[in-house]
Design a protein around this ligand. Structure first.
Ligand SMILES: *[C@@H]1O[C@H](CO)[C@@H](O)[C@H](O)[C@H]1NC(C)=O
Ligand SMILES: *[C@@H]1O[C@H](CO)[C@@H](O)[C@H](O)[C@H]1NC(C)=O
Ligand SMILES: [Cu+2]
Length: 165
């Protein structure tokens, strides 16, 4: 009887740990609207006050985070390019071209790897006018794992409490 009780307590605890670990992972990834307001992706002007470089420099981006761009596909697009292409605003050979057709104005780009990502708008004149930014993506902190390890410790303590009684 006591064995059975502690068995199901352990099983329940394991499920709890798994759920916590998943929650930890969820909580870690963040969505960032480019430019810091509503994700508007357009040419910076004195009027709209956009400054993508300044915005990007004010955040730490981690693997798993997402960038959200909002723009009309007829007016703008998003390219991921090399560092050289970024500096020179070269649009001819992107690493990736994200372009959506139709009326979908939202583009989500997941930052998957621990490396710099350089983004530009390939429409003529837009990149030179400042519609560009780079993010240096760092590895997501292992909070989920730490959290579940401390939960395992707590559960073990709780488990021995039940065994004792
Ligand atoms: C992106 O697609 C739209 C049509 O959906 C087109 O008008 C635009 O020129 C494309 N931009 C690039 C850079 O390919
Ligand atoms: C953005 O701000 C930086 C200073 O933080 C400045 O050097 C740069 O010229 C600005 N870019 C635009 C497009 O206004
Ligand atoms: Cu543009």
């Amino acid at each position: 009887m006591a064995r059975q009780g502690s068995g199901s307590a352990v099983a329940g605890s394991l499920i709890f740990v798994v759920i916590l670990a998943l929650l930890g992972r969820e909580a870690l990834a963040s969505d960032y609207k480019v430019g810091g307001t509503d994700g508007t992706w357009e040419v910076p002007t004195a009027t709209n006050g956009l400054n993508y470089s300044q915005w990007a420099a004010s955040h730490t981006f981690q693997t798993g985070d997402r960038l959200i761009f909002r723009y009309a596909p007829s007016a703008h697009a998003v390219q991921r390019v090399t560092a050289q292409a970024y500096s020179a605003c070269t649009v001819t050979n992107p690493l990736e071209l994200y372009n959506q057709s139709g009326s979908d104005l939202n583009l989500d780009v997941q930052l998957e790897n621990e490396e710099p990502y350089y983004f530009i708008c390939p429409f003529p004149g837009h990149c030179p006018a400042g519609q560009k930014f780079m993010v240096n993506v760092v590895k997501a902190a292992a909070v989920g794992l730490t959290q579940s390890l401390s939960t395992v410790a707590a559960v073990a303590t709780l488990g021995s409490f039940f065994l004792f009684f």
